[in-house]
Design a protein around this ligand. Structure first.
Ligand code: TNX
Length: 540
């Protein structure tokens, strides 16, 4: 009997979930028998306290857009009549969690915190997706919801092709709709240095202008002033998105090495340092000047970004060719008693990590586990306990999860096979943008992913979230970025927010349709995932 009730409840949940096009799918939907809340031409939004003004304005904007109604905002004080209520309730269990209750007379969004209320509003927005027009209504129901992970990120790469701040804002709007709460900005790479550093203006004077002929508006040129970044951070905060800056070191540093050549290891037969071209040169780990310059840079970056964490890259550095051949680095190895060049990495990031801590930040790095292909006796895991790592290389994630757990390190999951949104979405899609033969990453592949890999709770509790990455070597503007991001980012939004037992590919596919129509209405470029709806292509 119990089993039967269980099956019936599960079925009801799936029916209720599939009836509403919600992405990411919420933790629990309790449908009501009948009825709806009809929006009038005017509405009242009542707040439990004045700190919710920002969320109330978001709701006001959404109601105007979806229902055409004008909503007034005021404090709730004793009001019980037909109204829309926003209220915080700290007794709710999960940060960012919310409860949405719709009856014929009221809509009540209760949040653990302002973020929870904001997400309740985003859910209400999605209930209105198919209901544009003056007689809009939403069905009576109750939703209890909270995210699976506290860290749900997308990464933009304005280093490769610059993305003006105004466009980044458009992207933040999209992220917020799908309950992403973190935007990682990859600000420096071989192709460009994109953040104003007051102490070293040459970094942007030289490093931000890859194509001298196309002027500041060209896709290869440009940087964010510190004032622009402050404005961007404020904009993101209003949408409950935190911006994490990334400065990639010790590799991926051509833009900096052009501006400050003395900071690199000099070695023979290296690829010349040229802005826009990947080089094999790295920062020199043995030069005091490197740490001095980065101390200054980090001070400015950490003072500007309020995020608790900063990302400093650490990926794909060609260390044997640089540190292994550099007389200064060899001397350093001798002095420290290092037998292998890769031991310098621990020294380098040990010093950098100290600078990060002096600025009261926590360090994030791409986990480089080429190491793990080595015999256990030679294995080196050079990461300090209080950093956060990203797993990214194809096929290495299960191993990385295990190793970081053993080392007591927090992990963010962004494996190539699910999260690399720069990979083509379908065989032959935009071949001109796939000139280095990246593998195909279909929508279903992004969707069919449990970031916890089905592991027992104990073995996955150090995974704090997920990140979808939009490496932009081949993306010249935001329209291309959103084309690559959507709809796969919606699949990742669900991986980051929803419970695995509530997720279902067929439901997701059905839910997708009004969202794609909505992107069209919003003027957002995306790829039509025709193959998932086309019986012919599915047979192949
Ligand atoms: C690897 S992922 C990189 C990026 C490239 C990307 C292209 C990572 C940490 N490094 O520099 O843009 O591949 O897919």
């Amino acid at each position: 009997m119990k089993i039967l009730i269980g099956i019936c409840c599960g079925l009801l949940f799936h029916l209720a979930v599939s009836a509403q096009p919600l992405i990411p799918v919420p933790a629990r939907i309790i449908p009501a028998d009948k009825g709806c809340y009809p929006f009038g031409s005017t509405e009242k939004i009542l707040l439990s306290d004045t700190t919710l003004q920002n969320e109330a304005r978001e709701l006001q904007r959404i109601l105007a857009q979806r229902t055409g109604c004008r909503a007034e905002i005021s404090l709730a004080a004793g009001q019980t009549r037909r109204n829309i209520f926003l209220q915080t309730d700290t007794t709710l269990k999960h940060p960012e969690g919310y409860r949405l209750v719709i009856t014929p007379r009221s809509i009540r969004i209760t949040g653990k915190d302002a973020a929870g209320i904001f997400y309740g509003i985003q859910t209400l927005n999605q209930l209105l997706l198919e209901r544009d027009g003056k007689t809009a209504s939403v069905p009576c129901l109750q939703i209890e919801d909270a995210p699976r992970y506290g860290y749900r990120a997308l990464m933009l790469d304005p280093a490769r092709h610059f993305i003006p701040a105004k466009e980044v804002k458009r992207f933040i709007d999209l992220m917020a709709s799908y309950k992403f709460n973190t935007l990682q900005l990859h600000l420096t790479d071989d192709q460009g240095w994109r953040m104003e550093i007051k102490k070293y203006p040459q970094l942007t004077e030289i490093g931000a202008f890859r194509d001298k002929h196309s002027g500041p508006q060209g896709p290869h040129n440009g940087f964010y002033t510190q004032e622009e970044l402050k404005d961007l951070i404020r904009y993101a905060v209003e949408r409950h998105v935190e911006i994490i800056p990334e400065l990639d070191i010790p590799g991926h540093t051509a833009a900096l090495l052009l501006a400050c050549p003395e900071l690199g290891c000099a070695h023979r037969d290296s690829i010349p340092v040229q802005l826009g071209k990947t080089t094999d040169r790295t920062l020199c780990a043995a030069q005091e000047k490197v740490y001095e310059v980065y101390a200054d840079i980090l001070q400015e970056v950490c003072a500007l970004f309020p995020a608790r964490r900063i990302h400093l890259g650490g990926d794909e550095a060609v260390i044997d060719k640089n540190w292994g051949h550099c007389p200064d680095c060899r001397k350093l190895m001798q002095a420290k008693g290092f037998k292998e060049v890769r031991e310098i990495m621990g020294y380098f990031f040990g010093r950098i990590h100290k600078l990060v801590r002096q600025n009261q930040k926590e360090l994030m790095l791409w986990c480089e586990l080429d190491n793990i292909r080595m015999p256990a006796s030679e294995f080196l895991f050079p990461y300090p306990k209080d950093c956060t790592l990203f797993t990214w290389r194809m096929g290495l994630t299960p191993k990385t999860i295990e190793l970081t757990r053993q080392a007591g390190i927090q992990l963010i999951a962004s494996p190539g096979e699910h999260c690399y949104l720069d990979y083509p979405q379908y065989k032959g899609d935009l071949p001109e943008f796939n000139n280095w033969g990246m593998p195909v990453l279909t929508l279903q592949q992004s969707y069919d992913w449990d970031p916890g890999y089905g592991l027992p709770t104990e073995e996955q509790k150090h995974i704090i979230g997920i990140a979808g990455l939009l490496w932009a070597e081949a993306m010249q503007d935001l329209n291309r970025v959103t084309y690559m991001a959507f709809p796969r980012a919606m699949a990742l939004a669900e991986a980051g927010w929803s419970l695995p037992e509530n997720r279902n590919w067929e439901n997701f596919k059905n839910n997708l349709i009004p969202h794609l129509a909505d992107l069209t209405r919003r003027g957002v470029s995306f790829r039509v995932p025709f193959e998932v709806f086309n019986a012919e292509t599915r047979k192949k």
